[in-house]
Design a protein around this ligand. Structure first.
Ligand code: ATP
Ligand code: GNG
Length: 228
C-alpha cells in the first residue's frame, strides 16, 4: 500500500494535483470536504464564532478519509492531517479561539493521532508540498471563485492569507512524518500545460523511486504498479 498526501496553502493546487496524480498512478483520490462543508461559509462570515467548530469538522472528516483511504490499496489525499494544527494555531494566535477551545482541540488532535498510530499504516509514504507565492495564491483563489474566499468579499482576508503563507514555511521545514518534496506551484501550470504537467509528474515519480515506492526502471510506458 502506498499513501501520498498533498499539502500547501489555500488554492495551491492540492485538489487539482491529487486528481492528476491519482489518475496517472491509477490510485484513488480522497478530497477534503469543501463544497459540501456547511461550516466553511459560516466560518468565513464569522471566524471568531466558528473557528473551533470548523476545526473539529475538518478533523472529523479528515479522520474519516484517512480510515477510508487505508481500506484501499494505494491512494492520494488532497490535504494532510498534519496541517490541521497549523490552521488552528494560526486562528488561535489571532484571537479566534478561547484557551479552553485551544486545550480541547489539542487534546482531541492528540487523541486522534494516537488512533492513527494503531492503524496498519501510521504515516504517509510521501508528502508532496505545493509552494505558491501570495500573488499566485490569490490568482488561483479568484480562478476557483468560491465567493467567501475572495478578497472582494472581505478585505481582512489579505492579512489572513499572508499570515497563512508565513506559517507554512516552518511547518514544512519541520515536517518529518515521511519523506517529503516540494513542487513549484508558481512555475508549473500543471492544469493547462501538458509540458509542465509532465515535469511535475516526473519529479514525483523520481521521488517515489528514490524512496523505494516505484521500481527504479519504471517508466510511463510500464503499467503503473506502485510497490507495496
Ligand atoms: N499549477 C497550477 N497552474 C494553474 N492553475 C492552477 C494550478 N493549480 C491549481 N490551479 C487552479 O487553481 C484553482 C485552485 O486549485 P485547487 O482547488 O486544486 O487548490 P487547493 O490547493 O486544493 O485549494 P484548497 O486548499 O482551497 O482546497 C483551481 O481553479 C485550479 O484549476
Ligand atoms: N480554519 C481552517 N482550518 C482548517 O483546518 C482548514 N482546512 C481547510 N480550510 C479552509 C481553507 C479553504 O478556504 C478551504 C479548503 O481548503 O477550507 C481550513 N480552515
Amino acid at each position: 500500500m502506498t499513501v501520498i498526501v498533498l499539502s500547501g496553502p489555500i488554492g495551491a493546487g492540492k485538489s487539482s494535483l491529487t486528481g492528476i496524480l491519482s489518475k496517472y498512478l491509477g490510485t484513488k483520490p480522497f478530497y477534503e470536504s469543501v463544497d459540501d462543508n456547511p461550516v466553511l461559509p459560516l466560518f468565513y462570515a464569522d471566524p471568531k464564532k466558528y473557528a473551533f467548530l470548523l476545526q473539529v469538522y475538518f478533523l472529523n472528516t479528515r479522520f474519516h478519509s484517512i480510515k477510508d483511504a487505508l481500506t484501499q490499496d494505494n491512494n492520494v489525499l488532497d490535504r494532510s492531517i498534519y496541517e490541521d494544527a497549523l490552521f488552528f494555531q494560526m486562528n488561535a494566535d489571532i484571537g479566534r479561539a478561547t484557551p479552553e477551545e485551544v486545550d480541547t482541540y489539542y487534546e482531541l488532535l492528540h487523541n486522534m493521532m494516537g488512533e492513527l498510530d494503531r492503524m496498519p499504516k501510521k504515516n504517509p509514504d510521501l508528502l508532496v508540498h505545493i509552494n505558491v507565492s501570495y500573488d499566485t495564491m490569490i490568482k488561483r483563489i479568484q480562478k476557483r471563485g468560491r465567493p467567501y474566499e475572495q478578497l472582494s468579499h472581505d478585505s481582512t482576508l489579505e492579512d489572513y492569507y499572508k499570515r497563512l503563507l508565513r506559517y507554512y514555511k516552518p511547518w514544512y521545514d519541520k515536517y518529518d512524518y515521511s519523506p517529503k518534496m516540494e513542487i513549484d506551484g508558481d512555475k508549473y501550470d500543471f492544469m493547462s500545460s501538458e509540458e509542465d504537467r509532465e515535469i511535475v509528474l516526473d519529479q514525483i515519480v523520481d521521488k517515489l523511486k528514490e524512496v523505494g515506492k516505484l521500481p527504479m526502471d519504471w517508466d510511463k510506458s510500464t503499467d503503473i504498479q506502485i510497490e507495496a
